[in-house]
Design a protein. Structure first.
Length: 119
């Protein structure tokens, strides 16, 4: 991380090693009920259109049913990933985007911070 401190008459640049605060994946003993509640970034209702849109792009599910991606800044996409280009993920994302556009979903939440996060 680069920190730039500007003061009177000069500046100081310092580099610090980023500290990992948590593992990238949740612990194996995570609570599935708690995981379902985790997808409520925009509204308390996990089935709210904005939460479903968020899930369509960020959620990844392992073979044993564990969900990942809620706490990521960017979608879990890599150089050669085909996840959102193939079904069923593609179908889910397109259907949710179509619903967002056809129902003026951008008006469903008025909080400007949540709008910024969605963008």
């Amino acid at each position: 991380m680069l920190f730039l401190i500007v003061g009177l008459g000069g500046y100081k640049v310092s580099y610090q090693r980023a500290v990992a605060y948590s593992d990238p994946l949740p612990p194996s003993n995570s609570n599935p009920a708690q995981d379902a509640v985790a997808w409520t970034l925009y509204d308390r209702d996990p089935n709210h259109l904005w939460n479903r849109l968020y899930r369509a792009f960020y959620r990844r599910v392992t073979n044993d049913g564990k969900e990942y991606g809620y706490d990521e800044m960017d979608p879990l996409l890599w150089w050669q990933t085909k996840y959102l280009l193939t079904n069923p993920a593609n179908r889910q994302a397109v259907a949710t985007l179509d619903e967002f556009l056809s129902t003026t979903g951008e008006r469903a939440i008025n909080d400007p911070v949540k709008h910024a996060i969605l963008q």
